[in-house]
Ligand binder design. Structure first.
Ligand code: SF4
Length: 259
């Protein structure tokens, strides 16, 4: 249920967007649901100054939204973390994170024009290099160097190496000093990503008032087993592929009455 993530990094004009467009077509053709989250360090307005949604936030609303018959746009007056955005994107198999150069919790594909750019974008989690640099004759980068036109090969890398975004707590409870070190061990085939004790459950998703709650795999398994144990006593349950349960909590007034 938690989508796997691949970061695509590169300097401006290196070809990240074209690569992601090509990957989207290939991965979707393989039956995968793929989302994209883009990051920019430039604080340019995402809403259009003067439009109603912009005016509502100027008037003090922390958030405004626009719903049309074909799309929905939500404008928040703050930056979200990638995992918070991913939680809002709905059911996906993969998410490509574009432009998160500082991200050290997931593998990355580097899009570069030359070796200097590759070296600047390395962080030990690179799984492939592509872009104009692939035509420059460089060698010995230590990771596959793929022509940007080799979309199938690049999609293979994404499918094989993408992993759930680690929490970034750097708590050491997995036996590694940081999330980056566990991610490296996973990419080297020495560990499973489930070694992270804080990773959200892939099986169970909990929303509190519509906001995703981080549920670790252990708690997720307990919730799943308890719920399935109760449901299995009911007639007609059979072997469902997924279960959705939603309930309201009635708050009690002091003195015993319901609100
Ligand atoms: S247990 Fe998870 S959150 Fe903690 S350091 Fe390891 S990977 Fe990071």
């Amino acid at each position: 249920m938690t989508p796997r993530v691949m970061v695509v990094v590169g300097f401006k004009g290196s070809g990240k967007t074209s690569l992601i467009e090509a990957l989207m077509g290939e991965l979707r053709g393989r039956g995968l649901r793929v989302g994209v989250v883009k990051h920019t360090a430039r604080p340019y307005p995402v809403d259009t100054p003067g439009k109603d949604t912009w005016r509502y936030r100027e008037a003090g609303a922390p958030a405004s939204a626009l719903i049309t018959p074909r799309a929905t746009a939500v404008f928040l007056s703050r930056a979200l973390k990638p995992e918070e955005v991913i939680g809002l994107l709905g059911p996906l198999d993969l998410v490509l994170l574009e432009g998160f150069k500082e991200e050290e919790r997931a593998p990355r594909i580097i899009v570069a024009r030359d070796r200097r750019e590759v070296e600047e974008l390395r962080n030990g989690l690179e799984v492939a290099v592509t872009g104009e640099v692939a035509k420059s004759g460089v060698k010995d980068l230590g990771v596959p160097l793929l022509d940007p036109g080799a979309v199938e090969d690049l999609a293979d890398v994404v499918e094989e190496k993408a992993m759930p975004l680690l929490p970034g707590l750097n708590c050491g409870r997995c036996g590694y000093p940081s999330c980056r070190e566990l991610a490296k061990a996973v990419l080297n085939g020495r560990e499973e990503v489930t070694k992270c004790v804080n990773l959200p459950s892939r099986e169970v998703r909990v929303l509190l008032d519509g906001v995703p709650l981080r549920v670790n795999p252990f708690v997720g398994k307990v919730l799943r087993n308890v719920l399935m144990g109760v449901l299995s006593t009911l007639k007609g349950v059979g072997e469902p592929r997924s279960v959705e349960v939603k309930f309201m909590i009635e708050k009690r007034k002091k003195g015993g009455g319901k609100r």
